[in-house]
Design a protein around this ligand. Structure first.
Ligand SMILES: *Cc1c(COP(=O)(O)O)cnc(C)c1O
Length: 367
């Protein structure tokens, strides 16, 4: 075989150094490995909506199926307009992308260059670190306090002239606590870089930072339709940005990156406030039940998941034992700085929650 040596096109060092992303197990896999019926496996690992998508979103998807041969609009303007109306925000402050992950990628493509830095308070969502690396920039980690709140002073001490982004996740994944708006304000007022407030789970809480976008020209609020809106499979994210950011964002965004089906479903979902409210209500009740019933130490949560400390057991063991019983959970050992005794569970339907508690009690009982 003729093999060329591509000495000039090895991956850039930032990528060569990275490990491949390992996704959680899916229902089909777990059913096969453990000989369980697929319908008996429940996934409480990825913070999806336990009620499923809004029927209005499903209807909207069916309606656009026949125009699948046509490109969607270049910038999902129909979705931007629906978001503007829903949130009562000017269009000049809204961008949309393929998931909040996609929005983040575009934003960092605009602002983050080789040698730049982002500040990431740990433990938290790991994609901030990845997108920073994609740009050959460096993540700088700040430790959260023991209650997982952000150490504002430490964050500010890490800011220098290479800092481009500070990532504030509220509620935080996987710990579930929110960051008070005073802290966001204190950070925004003290720095010249951008403050990205990730509100993937704010629907399950109160106190959005959206209002700050109009007051500060360095605050961006990221949102997603993957969690409370029940559309994780369609990859729809958006952000509220200062208007000067939007012009730059539009230059760097991948054209047509939100499919016609996703745009239609998103608009359908936004029109079904009832489903949205039901989704939030079931989470608020479910997390209260779980916090009282889970036989391990849990942390207060403002999101649709709960963090458990399963020590003296190991997270890998608990996750494996739950999987044998047809319940998929998230082992937090892969979160930087989290240790090996933490497991994250998504709040499910009342029946799913009861099954989870039963399984955990059995596992703990056999200690
Ligand atoms: C789920 C999640 C996202 C991203 O969601 P998308 O599906 O890419 O829209 C972003 N941030 C946090 C903290 C999340 O948990």
């Amino acid at each position: 075989m003729f093999r060329r040596v591509f000495s000039l096109i090895s991956p850039k060092p930032a990528i060569a150094k990275m490990k491949e992303y390992v996704a959680g197990r899916n229902i089909e896999e777990v059913a096969r490995s453990y000989g369980i019926r697929e319908s008996d496996v429940i996934k409480l690992a990825s913070n999806e909506n336990c009620l499923g998508p809004s029927p209005k979103a499903v209807e909207a998807i069916k309606e656009v199926a026949g125009s699948a041969h046509l490109y969607p609009s270049v910038d999902a303007i129909e979705l931007q307009e629906a978001l503007a109306a829903h949130y009562n925000m000017p269009l000049e402050n809204i961008v949309a992308g393929p998931g909040m992950d996609g929005v983040l990628e575009t934003l960092l493509r605009v602002f983050m260059d080789k040698g730049d830095e982002s500040i990431i308070p740990l433990p938290t969502f790991s994609y901030y670190e990845n997108v920073t690396s994609f740009c050959s920039a460096s993540p700088v980690f700040s430790r959260r306090k023991p209650d997982y709140s952000i150490d504002v002073e430490d964050v500010l001490n890490n800011v220098n002239k290479r800092t481009r982004f500070i990532f504030v996740t509220s509620p935080n994944n996987p710990t579930g606590n929110i960051t008070p708006l005073e802290d966001v304000r204190a950070i925004a007022e003290s720095v010249e870089c951008l403050v990205f407030v990730d509100e993937a789970y704010i629907d399950f809480s109160d106190g959005s930072a959206i209002g700050l976008v109009k007051k500060y020209d360095n605050v961006i609020v990221g949102r997603t339709m993957s969690k409370a809106w029940g559309l994780a499979g369609l990859r729809i994210g958006y952000a509220f940005v200062p208007s000067w950011v939007k012009g730059q964002y539009m230059k760097a965004a991948t054209p047509h990156s939100i499919s016609r089906i996703s745009v239609a479903a998103a608009i359908g979902a936004l029109g079904d406030v009832e489903h949205y409210k039901r989704s939030i209500d079931i989470v608020r009740k479910g997390r209260e039940f779980l916090r009282g019933a889970i036989p391990f130490r849990t942390f207060p949560s403002e999101a649709n998941f709960i963090l458990m400390d399963v020590s003296p057991l190991k997270s890998g063991y608990v996750v494996e034992e739950c999987m044998k019983r047809g319940i998929i959970l998230r082992d937090c050992a892969s979160f930087r700085g989290m240790g090996d005794a933490f497991v994250r569970v998504t709040v499910g339907t009342p029946a799913q929650n009861r099954r989870l508690v039963e399984a955990l009690s059995e596992i703990k009982g056999g200690l």
